[in-house]
Design a protein around this ligand. Structure first.
Ligand SMILES: [Zn+2]
Length: 222
């Protein structure tokens, strides 16, 4: 609940001192969704088939609680349903449902199947920071010699080095910044209060608090 002695200036100071650097991206549904069923196209250049698009990336600071634990829990069998954390940001940032929060100060590993194409970079689900392992059924690649990552975090293969055949599937494990999706907002914090000082009323945006969940856990349930 809102405390009557709540001071937004104190919160701004706390975020500045103890806050965590994140990238906030706003969510919108992809126009490829069918208006009757909400189903997205399997192949869509805008959303990659997930039916959601994100825009206006903005670096902000927030108090993030439980994020490291959320990522760590993935390594404990049977605790896959967790992966949740909370974030509280300045009221000037109108974070909302299904927005993305990318943690810039931590990394974690993700692995996936990728189909290689000779004519373009091999697109990863998340922006790769460092490849740890890659192989096909027959060939193990050297991540430091055979491939690199382009500016979008996708794989480019070095000329004259081993690579998958055109159309062949390989597996890759790489590091990326964990991405969370906002699943719920703490309504008590969403309201704007009116401050009265010397008879003048000034609207004050209170900090916004949200519950969020790791993106790839949500994706697996779709
Ligand atoms: Zn789409």
């Amino acid at each position: 609940m809102i405390r009557v002695d709540f001071n937004p200036a104190d919160f701004e100071r706390l975020v500045g001192e103890k806050g965590y650097e994140v990238i906030w991206k706003k969510h919108c549904y992809c126009p490829c969704r069918r208006d009757t069923t909400g189903q997205s196209k399997i192949i869509c250049p805008l959303c990659g088939g997930r039916g959601d698009i994100y825009f206006d990336p903005l670096p902000i600071r927030g108090i993030v609680i439980g994020a490291v634990q959320a990522v760590e829990q993935l390594k404990v069998p049977g605790r896959w349903e967790r992966g949740t954390a909370t974030i509280t940001v300045s009221g000037k940032h109108q974070i909302s449902f299904y927005d993305q929060i990318i943690l810039q100060e931590s990394t974690t590993a993700f692995s996936e199947l990728v189909r290689h194409h000779d004519d373009r970079p091999d697109k990863l689900n998340y922006h790769g920071l460092e490849v740890e392992f890659a192989r096909t059924e027959s060939t193990v690649f050297d991540p430091s010699l055979d491939m690199g990552l382009d500016g979008d975090g996708n794989i480019v293969w070095q000329v004259g080095r081993p690579k998958p055949d055109d159309g062949e599937t390989f597996v890759v494990r790489y590091q990326f910044h964990p991405i969370f999706i906002i699943m719920d907002l703490n309504h008590a914090y969403r309201d704007t209060i009116i401050r009265r000082k010397y008879g003048v009323e000034t609207p004050v945006n209170l900090p916004r608090s949200a519950a969020m969940q790791l993106d790839f856990l949500i994706g697996e349930r779709r």
